[in-house]
Design a protein around this ligand. Structure first.
Ligand code: ADP
Ligand code: TRP
Length: 356
């Protein structure tokens, strides 16, 4: 039977805060995310940061224990902004190391490079024949990129169709992403529904985005959304000095040290919440509200919490980086499995359109 997210459901418990609705827990007590396919991708267009980790990597890695996960490095997408071949190759390897270090389980998750499955580019073409121009013209991320001065190539414009192909090729049910990618998943749904209607059968599973409210937008050091393109990010695996310096630069208001402070309006507190234990968060909240506690002290505590949160991942990354052959073989194995799956979907789509 085809997997599908059916209506009339309850919120997903596997990813608290995620708006995804699932069938209620049955006798087993577990929700029906089991048997669902979870898929997400990330572009190798720079070093990964806390926004990437809490917005996309952590939810995806947590969902891998409940469903069957496909995770990939979106290097075709990165070609829209990275124009140095060596840099792209290096960033691709870095992202692979980052995911493996952060707990990607290679027995449960199919992990691969997007470009190792060229079927998605053919599928992109097939999908583009049912994609209205207006749908793409409305995409915020395209408009944002133009506003940032990126030259408007055809690839940049058609980016969401390639992303739709990524999602649909693997018959994905659940797509964990940060809030900025929600519109792209909605575009994917529109395209899939249109294609299925045209074909007169369910060639594609209709996916759902999974966005955790608590981390939908991780703030950067200037208080805006953390993004490498705003250079307001804190790298996951940056050096100690750099991470400390960036944290000390997090923008705060000018409330005097002795006055009480509002934790809910402070980026230092918002970041601390992500990396500290419940007790630590309660304590810091108390100190903010009591007054006599400066932002400088909060930043020092934030640094300590960030540094120790990622300590085990750093160690694992260090070990993995000594064995590039291992990383390569994981990606090769993932690619093989992904090609089988995408090949099946492509065949069905080709046949629906009269190409076979
Ligand atoms: P960047 O903005 O640094 O270029 P990407 O656009 O490559 O990041 O994002 C990769 C993934 O990480 C996406 O799923 C995106 O939604 C998520 N993400 C990126 N930045 C944040 C953030 N500040 N808060 C939450 N999620 C984020
Ligand atoms: N566009 C996504 C980003 O910039 C990366 C991506 C490409 C992706 N294909 C995808 C994410 C499919 C989820 C599913 O973050």
């Amino acid at each position: 039977m085809k997997r599908g997210v059916r209506a009339g459901m309850v919120p997903c418990l596997a990813a608290p805060g995620c708006a995804l609705m699932l069938r209620p827990a049955g006798r087993s007590g577990t929700q029906e995310i089991a048997g669902m396919r979870v898929l997400s991708g990330i572009q190798p267009s720079g070093k990964l940061h806390l926004g990437n980790y809490f917005g996309m990597m952590k939810p995806a890695l947590e969902l891998q224990k409940d469903g069957e996960a496909f995770l990939f490095i979106a290097n075709y997408h990165a070609l829209t902004t990275v124009d140095d071949a060596g840099a792209l190759r290096a960033a691709t390897h870095d992202v692979a190391l980052d995911f493996l270090a952060c707990g990607l389980d290679t027995d449960r998750t199919v992990f691969f490079r997007q470009s190792d499955v060229p079927a998605v580019t053919e599928l992109t073409w097939l999908l583009s024949t049912v994609t209205p121009m207006g749908l793409l013209e409305r995409c915020h991320s395209y408009k944002d990129k133009l506003a940032k001065g990126i030259a408007p190539s055809h690839a940049l414009f058609a980016y969401p169709v390639l992303m739709a192909a990524d999602i649909l090729a693997y018959q994905s049910n659940v797509v964990p992403v940060g809030r900025d990618q929600k519109q792209h998943v909605e575009v994917t749904r529109d395209i899939a529904i249109k294609f299925n209607m045209k074909a007169g059968r369910d060639v594609f599973t209709i996916p759902e985005p999974c966005i955790r409210d608590s981390v939908a937008v991780v703030p950067g050091i200037d208080g805006q959304k953390m993004s490498k393109s705003y250079n307001n990010h804190i790298e996951l695996f940056g050096g100690e000095k750099d991470i400390r310096a960036r944290i000390m630069r997090v923008v705060t208001d000018s409330t005097p040290l002795e006055d009480p402070k509002d934790p809910e309006k402070c980026s230092v507190f918002a970041l601390y919440r992500l990396v500290a234990s419940e007790n630590q968060v309660r304590e810091m909240r108390g100190k903010y509200l009591a007054g006599g506690y400066g932002y400088g002290s909060a930043k020092k505590e934030l640094f300590e919490a960030v540094w120790s949160y990622f300590e085990p991942f750093r160690k694992r990354r260090e070990e993995l980086s000594r064995d590039p052959g291992h990383v390569e073989s994981v990606l090769e194995r993932g690619a093989q499995r992904a090609r089988e799956e995408a090949g099946r979907t492509l065949k069905s789509a080709r046949s629906a359109l009269g190409l076979e």
